[in-house]
Unconditional design. Structure first.
Length: 165
């Protein structure tokens, strides 16, 4: 029996570019919903949403990457994912212009992150996958946030839960 070296990724758009994250990190995809703003948070931190009674911090990946703020349209989605930190996993929502589909990309079709020519820091990128004739930037979601930011997101979630209790 032949084993597949393909990995599954959820693809989405940010500022007209195709991105992907491993489906193993994705909990669910939601339509855009009301986001409650939290005071004194990072610019990219949009606030929290209520997900079945739990507060989930929502970030704007565009702002985190130094791009213009995500415009809210009918296609805007929130990707709920699990981000690993040294203190364990934190559930975070990320705004995306549009979510597309789950694709399989063979490991052999993934090239290392380019050291130049990309708007993102190379440490955020696992690699660049090629699917059909498109290049898809595969993000390393665990490296996008530093420990301080993860702690702030977790604290914002706890603060929100104290308010709703």
């Amino acid at each position: 029996m032949e084993t597949s070296n393909a990995n599954q990724y959820l693809t989405f758009t940010l500022d007209n570019e195709q991105y992907a994250i491993s489906v193993a990190k994705v909990r669910e995809v939601l339509e855009h919903t009301k986001i409650t703003k939290l005071p004194r948070t990072a610019v990219f931190m949009k606030g929290i949403i209520n997900l079945r009674g739990a507060g989930v911090p929502v970030i704007d990946l565009r702002l985190k990457f130094g791009l213009p703020e995500t415009p809210i349209t009918k296609d805007t989605s929130i990707i709920v994912m699990e981000v690993e930190s040294q203190d364990g996993a934190v559930v975070v929502g990320a705004l995306a212009d549009a979510v597309h589909e789950v694709v399989e990309i063979d490991e052999k079709a993934v090239e290392p992150a380019p050291r130049f020519g990309t708007r993102l820091a190379a440490e955020f990128i696992k690699g660049v996958g090629k699917k059909d004739e498109l290049f898809i930037i595969i993000l390393d979601i665990d490296k996008i946030f530093n420990a301080e930011e993860i702690t702030a997101m977790a604290a914002g979630k706890e603060e929100a839960q104290a308010v709703t209790a």
